[in-house]
Design a protein around this ligand. Structure first.
Ligand code: GLU
Length: 447
């Protein structure tokens, strides 16, 4: 494989799609060595096929806002790779959504889903609809209009969307309601992240954050460390940061920062249960302001406008918000302030310069596709429960999530252990995910 040639060809076909090209480059660079030991992959042009999405749908979404004005957004679904199962992956509603962003996310999802050990292909979708400042009724009308189109291309054995940035339990409810009304028969497993009374899995809302902390525990244990009493800085305050804050606190760590687009809240004594509960209120308000936490808890939280979570001294940094949210300069600031571990909980949360800086300066680093896979894994468990028409207890789901995260960690160790005994989690996760998808593609012929 010639990485530069493949990248040049891809760039010519997808000019300027920076996030997509960044995600592909990261994977190709880490699998190159292993790939070249498998002439059968080269012969079947596995990589050239794998980097292209199988299919992309683009559609218009027209809806009416509270003032009675007609609004038009773009909707997308990228069905990236179905070699190991039906397309599976979230929907992102955010004003910055572009085909490039969804292609990068669909590509990452393919490897992440392979790592979970469950039979799920990779997909992603969403819209440039901006939920900030929208009323509940506007969110509902938008979701309904979005589903009017999306329904043609999804189904329990075809493509199973879920939440992502800007899409949580409320949005999945409106999307599912419209889908079932149009279908005129109940397909329980067409979306995941559903409410508990209508086919949702217990623990799905918490699963991304919980799974991430289980993974962090394995990383620390393998390095001879412990999470107890450590200071954790989280970015964001949405669903993922919420689950991470609950589990980090439960495991004895101190969450000292959360952040938003407006700035950071420093919580010197560690986040409390009341504050964690308030994160849900903040998310539901659609205001997208972390300052609301400091306004509500002025003694415990100190807000600084325009600063990131990475400016707060911590032991462990957990990006939980958006791609490329942690730059090389942020990595240097974290390290200078004593940080010794960074695990991405957001998808591609760290810029390449930050990852290299961490890896070259003794900061433990693990990538999102391994760390945050507990979310989609629990979606896979929700699909299983739906297909079997039953629902498992919290303990059953949590035990399975524990096992899955341990297994992902083992795969990273297997494929990422270096000559000096350290573990390159980026390499480990990319090679493990790639080998599974590549083998499945090879065995199913040129299609
Ligand atoms: N959006 C989540 C992810 O990035 C979850 C996807 C799902 O549950 O299908 O993995």
């Amino acid at each position: 494989m010639n990485v530069e040639k493949i990248m040049a060809d891809l760039e010519a076909k997808h000019p300027g799609e920076s996030e997509y090209l960044q995600a592909v480059r990261e994977v190709l660079e880490s699998i190159e060595e292993v790939y070249n030991q498998h002439p059968e992959f080269e012969k079947a042009k596995i990589v050239e096929r794998m980097v292209e999405p199988e299919r992309i749908f683009t559609f218009r979404v027209t809806w009416i806002d509270d003032k009675g004005e007609v609004q038009t957004n773009l909707g997308y679904r990228v069905q990236f790779n179905s070699a190991i199962g039906p397309y599976k992956g979230g929907l992102r509603f955010h004003k910055a959504v572009t085909p490039s962003m969804l292609k990068f996310l669909g590509f990452e999802q393919t490897f992440k889903n392979a790592l979970t050990t469950l039979p799920m292909g990779g997909g992603k979708g969403g819209s440039d609809f901006d939920p900030v400042g929208k009323s509940d009724a506007e969110i509902m009308r938008f979701c309904q209009a979005f589903m009017l189109e999306l329904r043609h291309n999804i189904g329990p054995d075809q493509d199973v969307p879920a939440g992502d940035v800007g899409v949580g339990g409320r949005e999945i409810g409106y999307l599912n309601g419209m889908y079932q009304k149009l279908a005129r028969r109940y397909h329980t497993g067409v979306l995941t992240g559903k409410g508990e009374t209508w086919g949702g899995s217990i623990l799905r809302p918490e699963a991304t954050g919980f799974g991430a902390l289980y993974f962090v525990e394995h990383v620390l244990r393998t390095a001879g460390k412990d999470i107890k009493d450590k200071k954790v800085a989280l970015s964001g305050f949405g669903n993922v940061a919420w689950g991470a804050a609950i589990k980090a606190t439960e495991l004895g760590a101190k969450v000292v920062a959360i952040s938003g687009p407006d700035g950071v809240c420093e919580i010197a004594d560690g986040i409390t249960k009341e504050m964690i509960d308030y994160m849900l209120v903040m998310r539901a308000s659609n205001r997208n302001k972390v300052q609301d936490m400091a306004d509500k808890f002025p003694k415990a939280a100190k807000f600084t406008a325009g600063k990131k979570a990475w400016s707060i001294p911590c032991d462990i940094a957990l990006p939980c918000a958006f791609q490329n949210e942690l730059s090389e300069d942020d990595a240097k600031e974290l390290k200078a302030n004593g940080c010794w571990c960074c695990c991405e909980v957001s998808n591609m949360g760290c810029q390449p310069g930050a990852i290299h800086y961490f890896q070259n300066n003794g900061v433990l680093f693990a990538p999102g596709k391994a760390v945050n896979a507990g979310g989609v894994a629990t979606s896979g468990l929700e699909m299983t429960q739906n297909a079997a028409h039953l629902s498992w207890s919290a303990k059953e789901v949590d035990d399975k999530l524990h096992w899955i995260m341990e297994n992902i960690h083992e795969q990273c160790v297997k494929f990422g252990t270096q000559a000096d005994g350290t573990i390159d989690y980026v390499k480990g996760a990319n090679i493990a995910g790639f080998m599974k998808v590549a083998q499945a593609m090879l065995e199913q012929g040129v299609i």
